[in-house]
Design a protein around this ligand. Structure first.
Ligand SMILES: Nc1ncnc2c1ncn2[C@@H]1O[C@H](COP(=O)(O)OP(=O)(O)OP(=O)(O)O)[C@@H](O)[C@H]1O
Length: 327
């Protein structure tokens, strides 16, 4: 890695944590460059929340070290708290008071003057589309509104690094997309985001780097594209309208698997330009024209399954868009 230390928002080495004889984190290492989104992806109980709790100084690790914005997690815990914001699964929102009052309370906690507090609150309520709801008790907010308020409250302290622990769990598809948009905007403004999720499509959409956590260990780490290359499953699909052309192609292309009903052939491929060109050249040389050619690259579902051996949460499978690209 070429990144020098001061450009790293988070650097963790050998983090361990056990509860009794149950090892939750078994020595995990990762680095998060400033201004990027890092996603810790793992099934229920993998240890994601534990990792966030350690990195945000809520609990201490049994072993290992971490630096947050250059500050040592244990020796400089106070400085660490000054640069981070945390939005957890259990919201900090107080339902009995209004959204605006929740924000003002946060401004007080950060020792902002009354004027500053009012200004920041007004700006953030506007930015998170909560102006209309601002004077209503937060208990009347929808799940998506509560999450937005929660993040807005986290931003009052102007943190450079934000930990978002499963920010879209339980949200409907529209609210999830709004949340993704919010996260992207945060990062384009220079904030670093450490995101935990059990949703592969979420990590795929947002993260610059993804670490797959399973059984207390990071079993793979890389960009979504790098992770997808770890697993087989890529192929090119040729579809024919003319049964005779289909037959000719199927006879000549022995390695292809056939789907006689759909008149389509599937050829294993890594989806690279070179392999795609080979298929096109072969079609040209044989004088066969396919009516449709599509490339399927393995998606994170395939990766997750291959790495963790566990099945993917049902919601994720349903929401994962078809990754086929047709021409
Ligand atoms: N305070 C605690 N005492 C004992 N066990 C704990 C404690 N906190 C967490 N655990 C255990 O550690 C494991 C990891 O929990 P953690 O909450 O970090 O997982 P997670 O990946 O965030 O899962 P989820 O997606 O369900 O929130 C779980 O088996 C959990 O039961």
């Amino acid at each position: 890695m070429t990144t020098t230390d001061h450009t790293l928002a988070i650097a963790a080495t050998g983090l361990r944590k056990a509860y009794g004889d149950k090892t939750v984190l078994d020595g995990i290492d990762f680095q998060v460059p400033a201004g990027t989104i890092f996603s810790l992806l793992g099934p229920n109980g993998a240890g994601k929340t534990t990792a966030v709790s350690i990195l945000s100084t809520l609990i201490s690790a049994d072993a290992g070290q971490a630096r947050i914005a250059g500050h040592d997690l244990t020796a400089e815990a106070h400085a660490v708290r000054g640069v981070i914001g945390v939005t957890g699964q259990f919201s900090a929102v107080d339902g009995l008071i209004t959204g605006e009052e929740n924000m003002l309370l946060m401004a007080d906690l950060h020792h902002l003057s009354r004027r500053e507090g009012r200004q920041v609150t007004a700006d953030l309520l506007e930015r998170f589309d909560l102006v209309e709801a601002a004077k209503k008790p937060a208990s009347t907010y929808s799940g998506g509104m509560k999450r937005r308020l929660d993040i807005a409250m986290t931003l009052v302290g102007n943190p450079r690094i934000i930990f978002l622990d499963e920010p879209t769990t339980g949200l409907d598809p529209r609210s999830r997309h709004t949340m993704w948009q919010i996260i992207r905007e945060l990062v384009s403004g220079g904030t670093t985001v450490f995101l935990t999720t059990q949703y592969l499509d979420e990590a795929d959409e947002l993260a610059d780097r993804i670490a797959v956590l399973n059984g207390g260990r990071i079993v793979a780490q890389g960009s979504a594209a790098e992770l997808k290359r770890l697993v087989p499953g890529g192929h090119v699909r040729l579809r024919f309208a003319d049964p005779a052309a289909y037959e000719r192609a199927a006879t000549a292309l022995r390695e292809a698997s056939r789907d006689d009903d759909a008149l389509s052939l599937q050829i294993p491929s890594d989806g690279s330009q070179r392999e795609l060109r080979a298929v096109l050249d072969w079609l040209d040389a044989a004088g066969i024209e396919a009516d449709e050619l599509s490339v399927h690259t393995p998606d994170l579902d395939d990766v997750f399954f291959a790495l963790t051996g566990s099945s993917v949460p049902a919601q994720t499978t349903a929401q994962t868009a078809d990754k086929e690209t047709a021409r």
